[in-house]
Design a protein around this ligand. Structure first.
Ligand code: GDG
Length: 761
C-alpha cells in the first residue's frame, strides 16, 4: 500500500477514535444536564402543586381536584398530574394518563411515607417520562401524594441531534486532515524525494547532473547533506573511473590521485603508510581574530601533501605553530587538511634547545650548506650534533609508537633532518620497509668529507631499504661517498649498497607537483590576463605592460641576488623595457633565527632598493619585493599572469617553483628561465636554461623571454607541461612505493656470503 494511503488511513482511524470518544463524553454530559434540569423543574413543580391541592384533598373536594389536574394539561412538556389518597388510590388524574397507566401504577407511585419530593425516569405506555412525587401534607400528617409527569422524549431527540452534529464534524475534520496529510506528503516529502530520485537517476545516466534545490534545513538537513556527499563521491568515483578507462584505452601512463590511491592500496594491503618530516603541512597560529592555520613555504610540503591526501596514512612532523597544542589531541594528533580532513597529522614537540641544536644548528648551519654548493661555509658544533642525534631518536620513537602492532608498515622518512632515523627504525622493526628521500643535492665525496660525522650519517642512511635522490648525479655522489667512507660492497650495476647483510637500493625519483585540475590556471583570454596583471601591479603602485615572477623562501641557495643583478643588467642593456617590465619577487622569510639568513634578507632588500633607486619613476619600478609569507591562493594569480618566471638557484635538489609555474599555465603562455644547477633543468629542457652566476646570460634570457614569438613560447610551454603532467607527484610516489615494496627486507644467504667475502678481502 502506498505511504500516503497508509498514513491517511492511520490518521483517519486515530482522529475518528479520538473524536468519537470526545463526542461520547460531550453527548453524555448533555444528556445528564438535560435530565438534571428536568428533574429540578419537576420536583419544584410537584412540591408547589402539592401545597396547592392540600386544602382540596383535606376537604375531599374530588371534583375540584379533578378540575385542578385537568387544568395542567397543555402545559409545555407536562404530560399530566395525579392526586392519590393515603392508600395510594388516585382521586384525581389527567385523562391522558389513565390510558398510559393502564391500571398498573409504577413503583414510584407507591405510598411510602416519604416526607420529601422525589423523582425518576420511567417508561410509561412506551414513552420515556419523568415522574415527580410530592407528599400532600396537612400540618404534620400526610394526607396523600401528588405526582407530576413530564414527557422526557425531547431529551432523546436532543441527544440524537447532538450525535448527528458530532458525527458531521468528525467527518469534516477527518476529510480536512486527510487532505492536509495528502498535501504535506506530496509537497513536503514527495516532491524533495522525487527531486532526489530524479537527481540520482541523472547522476546514473548522464554526466551532467546539477544538484536540485533541496530543503537545506529542518528534518531534511542531514538527509540532504548525506545525499549530496554521496552524489559528490559518486561523481568523483565516476570521473576517476572514466579517467582510468581513458588512460587504459589510450595506453597512456599518466598517474592520477586515484590511480595512486588504488595502487598504494594494492601494494600496501593492510600495511600503514607513515611519512615523517621535520616540517609540518599545517601550522596553527593565534591571530587577533582567533586561531588560524597556514601552509608553510616548503617544497617538501608541496610534494608530500597530495600523496597523503590520496592515500590517507599518518604524517609525523614537528609542531611549529604557537596554537598547535590547542588544535591537537593529547597524543598530538589531528585530522588535516583542517577544512577537508583526509589524513592524520601527528605533531612532535621539541624543546628550544633541541630546535637550536638539531634544526637551526646541525641541519641548517651544517648539512644544508654542506650539500649545496653555494659558497656558504658549513658550521659543525659537537653540541648541535648531540641534539641532532637526540631528536632523531625522539622522532624514531614516535614512528615506532605509530607502527606498533602494524604488520609490515611502510615508512617514508623525509630529508636531511633525519639521516639517522632509518637505522634506528630498522633496528627495532626489521620487518618495516623504510625509505628516506633526500630532497637536497648530495655533494661529491670531497665536499661531504669535511663533515666530522659523515660516517654516522652514512650508517644511519644505509639502515634504509631505499635511499632516493632527485637526479642520478646525486645518487652517484652518494654511492661514491659510501665507497670512500664505509666498508661495504657497492653494486654499481644495480645502484645498491650491501653492508652487514643489508641491501640499500639507491634510486633517482625526480619529485614533482600534482597538476590536478584545481591547480590549473584559467584559460582566460590575453586581454583578461592583461587586466588581471595590471590590477596585481596597481596594488603595488606600479604600471607596466609586462610582468615577471619569482617565488622563493629567502635562502642564499636560491640565487635571488644573482637574479636581481641579471635584471639590473637587462634594464641597462634594453632601456626600452624601463617603464614596461616589472619583476615581482615573492620572498617568504625562512630560518630567520640563523644569522646568515637574517643578513641575507637584509642584503636582498638592499639590493632591490638599490636597483629600484637607479631606474624607478613615479609610476613604475623594476622590482617589487614582497617579503612576507603568502598563501597559495595569493601566489596563483602571479603565476597565472606573469610573462616569465625566474628560477636562478645556485644549487637546488629539484626546485618546485619551476614546475608549479608550468603546471599553472593551462593557457600555454609564459616563459620559464631556469638555472642549470637545479634538478628541474634535467627535465624542463624547454626552459631558457641559464647559469645564474653569468649576469650577462641572465639579462639576455629575460630579453629573449619577452621577445619570444608566441608560437615558440607556446610550443616550449606545451612540451614542459607534457613533462610535468606525465612526471607528476603521483608518479613519484607510485614509483617510490613500488620500488620499496619490491625490495626484500633482508639479504639472501648468497648475498650475505658475498658481502662477507668482500669485507674480509
Ligand atoms: C626542498 C629542496 C626541492 C614559497 N613561498 C611561499 C610558498 N612557497 C612554496 C613554493 C614551492 C615551495 O615553497 C618551494 O619549493 P622549492 O622546491 O623551491 O623548495 P625548498 O623549500 O627549498 O625544498 C628543493 C624540494 O625540497 C622538494 O623536494 O625541490 O630542491 O630544496 O612550492 O610555492 N608557499 C606558500 N607561501 C609562500 O610565501 N604557501
Amino acid at each position: 500500500m502506498r505511504l500516503a494511503l497508509r498514513l491517511n488511513l492511520l490518521l483517519i482511524a486515530g482522529v475518528a477514535a479520538v473524536a468519537m470518544g470526545f463526542a461520547y463524553y460531550q453527548v453524555r454530559s448533555e444528556r445528564r444536564g438535560l435530565e438534571r434540569d428536568l428533574q429540578r423543574q419537576a420536583l419544584d413543580l410537584a412540591e408547589s402543586q402539592a401545597k396547592a391541592v392540600e386544602p382540596l384533598l383535606a376537604a375531599h373536594s374530588y371534583k375540584s381536584l379533578q378540575a385542578f389536574v385537568d387544568r395542567s394539561a397543555g402545559r409545555e412538556r407536562l404530560a399530566g398530574m395525579m392526586v392519590s389518597d393515603t392508600a395510594g388510590q388516585p382521586v384525581a388524574i389527567t385523562s391522558d394518563l389513565v390510558a398510559r397507566l393502564n391500571g398498573k401504577p409504577p413503583a414510584i407511585l407507591q405510598v411510602d411515607g416519604a416526607e420529601e419530593a422525589r423523582g425518576e425516569f420511567i417508561q410509561l405506555g412506551g414513552v420515556r417520562m419523568h415522574a415527580a412525587i410530592a407528599p400532600v401534607r396537612a400540618g404534620e400528617t400526610t394526607i396523600g401524594t401528588l405526582a407530576v409527569f413530564h414527557d422526557a422524549a425531547y431529551i432523546d431527540t436532543r441527544v440524537g441531534d447532538a450525535w448527528r452534529r458530532t458525527l458531521a464534524s468528525v467527518a469534516f475534520q477527518t476529510l480536512l486532515i486527510a487532505a492536509v496529510t495528502l498535501l504535506t506528503v506530496r509537497w513536503g516529502l514527495g516532491k524533495p524525494m522525487q527531486q532526489m530520485a530524479r537527481w540520482m537517476r541523472d547522476l546514473r545516466t548522464s554526466s551532467e547532473a546539477p544538484a536540485p534545490e533541496l530543503p537545506g534545513s529542518g528534518e531534511f538537513e542531514s538527509f540532504t547533506r548525506e545525499v549530496s556527499h554521496l552524489a559528490t563521491s559518486f561523481t568523483a568515483a565516476r570521473a576517476a573511473a572514466e579517467e582510468e578507462a581513458r588512460l587504459r584505452e589510450s595506453a597512456e601512463s599518466q598517474w592520477t590521485k586515484d590511480r595512486l590511491r588504488i595502487f598504494v592500496q594494492g601494494r600496501l594491503g593492510d600495511s600503514r603508510l607513515v611519512v615523517v618530516s621535520n616540517r609540518e603541512p599545517y601550522e596553527h597560529f593565534h591571530r587577533a581574530s582567533g586561531i588560524e592555520w597556514s601552509v608553510p613555504a616548503s617544497g617538501l610540503v608541496t610534494a608530500q601533501e597530495p600523496i597523503l591526501r590520496a592515500c590517507a596514512g599518518t604524517w609525523i612532523a614537528q609542531a611549529t605553530g604557537d596554537a598547535d597544542r590547542e588544535t591537537s589531541d593529547e597524543r598530538g594528533c589531528l585530522r588535516v587538511p583542517p577544512d577537508h580532513p583526509q589524513y592524520t597529522l601527528r605533531r612532535v614537540w621539541l624543546t628550544e634547545e633541541e630546535v637550536k641544536g638539531f634544526y637551526l644548528g646541525f641541519a641548517n648551519e651544517g648539512l644544508w650548506p654542506l650539500c649545496h654548493i653555494a659558497h656558504t661555509r658549513p658550521t659543525f658544533r659537537a653540541e648541535d650534533w648531540k641534539q641532532y642525534e637526540a631528536v632523531n631518536r625522539k622522532f624514531a620513537a614516535a614512528v615506532l609508537r605509530e607502527i606498533r602492532g602494524e604488520q609490515d608498515p611502510v615508512v617514508l622518512v623525509q630529508d636531511y633532518h633525519f639521516a639517522l632515523m632509518p637505522k634506528l627504525i630498522k633496528k627495532a622493526r626489521p620487518d618495516a620497509r623504510v625509505a628516506i628521500f633526500w630532497h637536497i643535492p648530495w655533494p661529491n665525496p670531497e665536499a661531504f668529507g669535511i663533515c666530522p660525522w659523515q660516517r654516522e650519517l652514512l650508517e644511519g642512511l644505509l639502515g634504509a631499504d631505499l635511499v632516493g635522490f632527485h637526479i642520478q648525479a646525486h645518487c652517484n655522489n652518494f654511492l661514491e661517498t659510501v665507497d670512500r667512507v664505509l666498508e661495504s660492497r657497492i653494486e654499481w650495476d644495480r645502484n645498491a649498497v650491501m653492508r652487514h647483510g643489508h641491501l640499500t637500493a639507491v634510486r633517482r625519483f625526480p619529485i614533482s607537483v600534482a597538476m590536478d585540475p584545481e591547480q590549473n590556471g584559467s584559460s582566460a583570454s590575453s586581454e583578461l590576463q592583461y587586466l588581471e596583471r595590471a590590477e596585481l601591479l596597481a596594488k603595488h603602485g606600479v604600471r607596466a605592460a609586462f610582468m615577471g615572477i619569482g617565488v622563493d623562501r629567502v635562502d642564499y641557495t636560491k640565487g635571488i641576488l644573482e637574479r636581481f643583478r641579471g635584471l639590473e643588467r637587462f634594464f641597462e642593456k634594453y632601456p626600452a623595457y624601463r617603464g614596461e617590465f616589472t619583476f615581482v619577487q615573492i620572498g617568504a622569510p625562512s630560518r630567520s633565527e640563523i644569522r646568515r639568513y637574517h643578513d641575507f634578507m637584509l642584503e636582498v632588500e638592499q639590493e632591490a632598493e638599490r636597483i629600484n633607486a637607479r631606474f624607478q619613476t613615479s609610476e613604475w619600478k623594476p622590482i617589487i619585493l614582497l617579503t612576507r609569507h603568502h598563501t597559495r591562493e595569493e601566489i596563483l594569480p602571479y603565476y597565472r599572469t606573469a610573462d616569465l618566471c625566474m628560477v636562478t638557484s645556485l644549487h637546488d635538489g629539484m626546485n618546485l617553483v619551476a614546475k608549479e609555474y608550468v603546471a599553472t599555465r593551462s593557457d600555454g603562455h609564459g616563459v620559464l628561465i631556469l638555472s642549470r644547477f637545479t634538478g628541474a633543468s634535467h627535465e624542463l629542457v624547454d626552459a631558457l636554461v641559464v647559469n645564474p652566476y653569468d649576469t650577462e646570460e641572465v639579462a639576455t634570457a629575460i630579453h629573449r623571454a619577452l621577445e619570444m614569438p608566441p608560437e615558440k613560447s607556446r610550443l616550449r610551454m606545451s612540451r614542459m607541461r607534457a613533462v610535468v603532467k606525465e612526471h607528476n607527484i603521483y608518479r613519484w610516489a607510485g614509483n617510490l612505493i613500488a620500488e620499496l615494496c619490491e625490495i626484500r627486507t633482508s639479504a639472501t644467504p648468497a648475498e650475505q656470503d658475498a658481502a662477507d667475502t668482500v669485507l674480509k678481502s
